[in-house]
Design a protein around this ligand. Structure first.
Ligand SMILES: [Fe+2]
Ligand SMILES: [Fe+2]
Length: 276
């Protein structure tokens, strides 16, 4: 027998929810207390009331699911899954089902569990993978946007808006990465290794607050670009470079989401906890 289709799984999931609701009614439990979905072989609670951040950190492959459904899991991680789905106009049932499937123990995942990795290793990973990627992509994407806007800007004025938003994002990111690499991250690595080190910023909460504000700004720029391009929909007259640009921007966005998730949801809370 082949794998079940998403429709069949969704129907089964809804049926199971109905049974749970009936069972809850029999036992006198209110529906909000039984929002937990059936989890098959897993024991990880995946509930609509959990925050997006909790799910992103605890559930393997959750960030991929959130990326697929357009749910903000980096800067908007404090929202409950239910609220986040409502904000992004996404079906809560479909997301719960995808999270459940992503968590299935039979699904192999080769990703490192960054929530349990030593803090110094996580910092090195962020710098070597995500910072290096941003540094190499910024000049390439700027050149590509300039080329495509130069050729198609007359018929597609939204490309000028993309160019302007991306230029601002590039400038902000260049200085953001420098602050993390030269000030915050070395300090966090010192703390993680047990060293007592003086800081020029008082508590570590101060630079973290600033970095999180800058992450929010980057999120605003990414959304602006996504809206201007109608979710990266290529027009009929798009050339090869136009297509290359949109797929590169989509990849850049996904990488930045993952990058900010690792900092906002794992690194920063752990650094604050370490200081206490
Ligand atoms: Fe970073
Ligand atoms: Fe950052």
């Amino acid at each position: 027998m082949g794998p079940k289709s998403e429709q069949v799984l969704l129907a089964e999931h809804q049926e199971a929810k109905k049974i749970l609701a009936e069972l809850g009614a029999l036992l006198g439990i209110v529906s909000s207390e039984i929002s937990e979905i059936p989890k098959g072989k897993t024991t990880m609670p995946i509930t609509a009331g959990k925050t997006v951040r909790e799910l992103a950190v605890e559930v393997p492959n959750a960030t991929r699911v959130f990326e697929k459904f357009g749910i903000d899991y980096c800067c908007g991680g404090h929202k409950s899954l239910e609220d986040a789905c409502a904000t992004s106009n996404t079906s809560l049932d479909r997301v719960l089902l995808a999270l459940e499937r992503g968590f299935d123990v039979t699904t192999p995942t080769t990703e490192t569990d960054w929530n349990t990795a030593p803090l110094g290793v996580l910092v090195d990973h962020i710098v070597e993978k995500h910072h290096a990627y941003v540094k190499s992509e910024l000049p390439r994407l700027q050149a590509l946007i300039a080329k495509v806007a130069g050729v198609h800007g007359k018929n597609h004025p939204e490309l000028r808006q993309v160019q302007s938003a991306f230029t601002e994002l590039s400038n902000e990111l260049a200085s953001h990465l420098m602050k993390e690499e030269q000030i915050l991250f070395p300090y966090v690595k010192h703390m993680a290794s047990g060293d007592k080190c003086p800081s020029c910023f008082g508590t570590v909460r101060n630079p973290i607050r600033m970095m999180m504000m800058e992450h929010d700004n980057a999120g605003v720029k990414l959304r602006e670009i996504r809206q201007a391009t109608t979710d990266y929909t290529l027009p009929k007259d798009a050339c090869f470079s136009y297509g290359t640009l949109f797929s590169a921007l989509t990849e850049f966005e996904a990488d930045l989401h993952q990058h900010i998730h690792l900092e906002n949801n794992i690194l920063f809370p752990k650094a604050i906890a370490l200081e206490q």
